[in-house]
Ligand binder design. Structure first.
Ligand SMILES: [Zn+2]
Length: 412
């Protein structure tokens, strides 16, 4: 099959792509169709590697308002509401909602998802469902599952045992939530436990780290030190790290050296954190988003995630990572033209590093699996500005999504 006139990422000019048996077999300026070969002319539209969701909670997706709404809009009321909803979970309930949520994500070109699954549940119901879903959905979406202790490891009954059970059941990543633990000592203990467990089971680490406006929340320095000293390095990700927004600059400057040495990844969830953070402030209100520009400038890998799709933490999360990049560039003030032009990388290449994908399995290259999306715009700048729809999503040569572009009539 031959796809012609596609502008790959930030290329100046369009090119042609040949796909055979689900693999890219040629990518050149001009390819001549073979006899009988199916040809699709994309007329200069933008092609990107599949969008990657590097931080979301699919187990809570599509539960907003059930059993009640989060009226204060805080992270902590969200955790209370979810704790009530969690008691009524069934495997069927989780599966039905996740099936709807991943189809929503697919519409927006997503083919890879790292989902955190709450394991502070003695029955591990959501985890059981998600492990089955990872297998059921694998031809359309790659699910990476994090054992996420929403209510703490040291501060939740049998927290360590539940994490160990989850590791044994086949999760991909070990999580933690140090800022939610009862004490600073528990916070450190939970990170030591999580990193040791990941090493024992040869798993990745992704911690909900310092998602609070407390400038004294210092889980990040412990996590980065463990990553460095245990040799886990880029297998470790620090999600949220919103407290860095409130760190004094002298401390952050010192910390940046360790962060660089450690090689860890960061995930920022700017859309949800501008809504959840700063809730204890009067005025001025802090934005509560991690220091994306400073981390990026230091050569540290940062990706962007949605975090929540219509759940107790974000009733308006759509699943569309374009919205997250759009909001994230505004709130981090990364609005230089080059910064905008490169921003698709937060939800593609940077996210691939966060997920620790094999570099030879992702992106455009002869011999790699033919996974890509086509947007209804010639460049990322225009796709982002005008919210261009994803017209097609291909996975190993198979089309997963087909969208008809709509053309509004302006009647003046
Ligand atoms: Zn999260």
């Amino acid at each position: 099959m031959l796809f012609t006139n596609l502008r790959i990422e930030d290329a100046e000019t369009p090119c042609d792509i040949r796909v055979e048996d689900g693999v890219f077999t040629a990518i050149e300026e001009t390819l001549t169709p073979r006899e009988g070969e199916e040809v699709v002319d994309w007329e200069g539209r933008l092609a990107l590697p599949p969008i990657i969701e590097s931080h979301v909670h699919l187990d809570s997706a599509l539960t907003a308002g059930d059993p009640r709404w989060n009226e204060s809009g805080t992270l902590f009321e969200g955790i209370e509401v979810w704790s009530e909803r969690k008691r009524t979970l069934t495997v069927e309930d989780v599966k039905e909602r996740v099936h709807r949520a991943v189809r929503q994500q697919a519409r927006f070109g997503i083919q890879y998802v790292r989902t955190h699954v709450d394991v502070t549940d003695p029955d591990l119901t959501a985890l059981t469902a998600m492990l089955e879903l990872r297998e059921e959905l694998k031809d359309a979406i790659t699910l990476q599952i994090v054992a996420f202790p929403q209510e703490g490891i040291q501060s939740f009954p049998d927290g360590e045992a539940l994490m160990r059970r989850a590791a044994g059941m086949g999760v991909d990543v070990i999580g933690a939530i140090p800022h939610f633990e009862f004490t600073r000592e528990y916070s450190v203990d939970s990170l030591n436990f999580a990193c040791a467990l990941a090493q024992e089971f040869d798993l990745l680490v992704d911690v909900h780290c310092d998602e609070i406006d407390d400038e004294a929340s210092r889980g990040l320095e412990t996590l980065a030190t463990r990553a460095l000293e245990m040799g886990l390095r880029d297998r470790v990700t620090a999600s949220h790290t919103t407290a860095t927004h409130s760190y004094n600059n002298a401390y952050f400057t010192k910390l940046l050296r360790l962060l660089t040495m450690s090689g860890i990844n960061f995930v920022s969830n700017p859309l949800v954190n501008t809504h959840l953070q700063g809730r204890a402030d009067t005025f001025p209100k802090r934005r509560g988003v991690t220091r994306v520009e400073e981390l990026t400038a230091a050569g540290i890998n940062v990706s962007f995630g949605q975090d929540d799709i219509v759940d107790p933490w974000n009733p308006l999360g759509t699943g569309n990572l374009r919205d997250v990049v759009f909001n994230g560039l505004h709130v981090t003030q990364m609005m230089g033209k080059e910064q905008i032009d490169r921003s698709y990388r937060f939800i593609t290449h940077n996210a691939a590093r966060t997920l620790h994908l094999d570099p030879e399995s992702y992106g455009f290259g002869v011999g790699r699996p033919a996974r890509f999306i086509v947007l209804d715009a010639p460049t990322w700048y225009e796709a982002l500005s005008f919210n261009a729809p994803v017209l097609a999503s291909y996975r190993d040569g198979r089309q997963l999504v087909r969208t008809q572009p709509s053309t509004p009539e302006i009647l003046f």
